[in-house]
Design a protein around this ligand. Sequence first.
Ligand SMILES: Cc1cc2nc3c(=O)[nH]c(=O)nc-3n(C[C@H](O)[C@H](O)[C@H](O)COP(=O)(O)OP(=O)(O)OC[C@H]3O[C@@H](n4cnc5c(N)ncnc54)[C@H](O)[C@@H]3O)c2cc1C
Length: 222
Amino acid sequence: MAQATRIKSIGHLTHDVLQIVLEKPAGLTLYPGQAVDVAINKPGWEEGWRSFTPVSLEDDAELELNIKVYADRKGVTNELQTLKNGDELLIGDAYGDIQYKGEGIFIAGGAGITPFLAILKHLNKNKKLANNKLIFANKTKGDIIKEAYFNTLLGKNFINVLSDESIDGYAHGFVTPDIIKNQIEEGHQYFYLCAPPPMMTAVEKGLASLGVKEENIVKEGF
Ligand SMILES: Cc1cc2nc3c(=O)[nH]c(=O)nc-3n(C[C@H](O)[C@H](O)[C@H](O)COP(=O)(O)OP(=O)(O)OC[C@H]3O[C@@H](n4cnc5c(N)ncnc54)[C@H](O)[C@@H]3O)c2cc1C
């Protein structure tokens, strides 16, 4: 059942990604990588349910959402920008297809990072980060969500790919089969994929060309 939950803080993580910290809804149980239904508790918006993936962990005192705003669509994410501390969101039950199965390579596009942020945080907390790697695709460096955090967490296992900017130390272009292949090491059994639809299609094709079996791909489209 949906619960009205107060916003404790709201601000920008990047130019178009909001960080919203909420009071923890009572009784919400979720495993890392699961999403929840979210609506704005304001007249005219209570039925506008959208999916977002908490990046906080179940044991954390607060619920954190990282949300990319699509201002041009004039939908829920655009409206979220008008909210302030003390306003409320409605939070529904947890669900989702992404869940950690074992060591591998996480491949995210833009806001598709959120389930992986929760999973990698959880693995780190339990000292099970192992040799997991993250390939993170964005348009520009300014679009990278929590870059400093991932650098500290993963070091050389954090690979950035920028489509619209050429910078030393960052791959340029899209996530190609070659970029993925160069990162595969012994023990990498799973490929985790979360991105907007065009990137999902391209990377799934790329993984198939590398001989990765469907059952070794864990995915969710944004
Ligand atoms: C399981 C799951 C988890 C997710 N977790 C997160 C997360 O943690 N963080 C995050 O940022 N996102 C996440 N997403 C994506 C997020 O749910 C959508 O970005 C969000 O619903 C967009 O809502 P919106 O109301 O702003 O726009 P929409 O509902 O996408 O669009 C509003 C209206 O704009 C129009 N429109 C739709 N698409 C387009 C388009 N491409 N171009 C122009 N107009 C269009 C349509 O008229 C539509 O009704 C997740 C998605 C899923 C499925």
